[in-house]
Design a protein. Sequence first.
Length: 319
Amino acid sequence: MIGYDHGMEEEVSFISEQLVAIATIIATIAALPTLLEFIIESRKRKQKVALSIEDVSVENINVNLAGVDDLLLSIQDLIDRAKSPRAYNDIKLGNEILVVGPVLSGKKSLAQKIAQLAEFDRIITVYNARNPDALIHAKELVSKADDEKVLLLLPRIDLVYEEEGEEVLSELDALIETSSGQHNVLVVGTAVYFEPDNALDNQFGIKLVLPGYEGMYTSKTPPSADLTKMLTDVVKFYLDKIVKEGFSFQGISAQDALQQILASVSNPAEVEDIVVLCQTSAIYSAKISKEGKKVITPEILERAIDRVVVSIAHPPPSR
């Protein structure tokens, strides 16, 4: 019988452990360039995100804005809705606004002014909405806002919809949908280039057009008979609904309102947006008049249509 050499077993085990250690060190050294590259790339991405997003207190913003007094006066209902959302709890109003205007026309300043007048706490600005990491980080910031009132500002969002691929657009849509669903968040995008019925138009129910904007010319195809019938049924449904909820028409009949809406819209979403904006203005008018009557006038209806369906009459502005 051959004796068992414990010393030899320990020596072999020791050598094996050393070989494993050496192999681990060699593998680590081999992977070091990849690790360093990952760390550097991660830092670059964080720096890009930091440069793409600004999160500031509204009270620290100095807004220089002139020439839009009439526009500010015309959106007092929207400002009041953002300031006192509980007064408008009974209506479904999307919390997203697109400000359309020429370059350097004060679009960003108007958004900041809205935040001040509505007594918001913070403005989160995503300067580079083409950076998916910035969009994800912005969504995290908004989700952590809790009871703070936050305006999410997306300057020149038209460039994103024109140039970016599916990944960025998916993150952007997720950010807007998540944010606008929170009662304490108002999403404001700005655009120089605007085309009716495209993805940008459909994303934002409310459009505010600044003085000097000439719009984009495009031919409008008359709706088919089937579409007209469907839109007619949709308009009737919403008008009947708001009458049952205590709204009334003054200076215009429900039938005339139906015809005016039908002449402007091309899809059911626009119908809903117009009717909801009529409700918003009627509630605000009743609030400031203290009469309590929620009345929809021709002026209210026309303004609601203008906010949803941007007029199209001129060639597009230069990009």
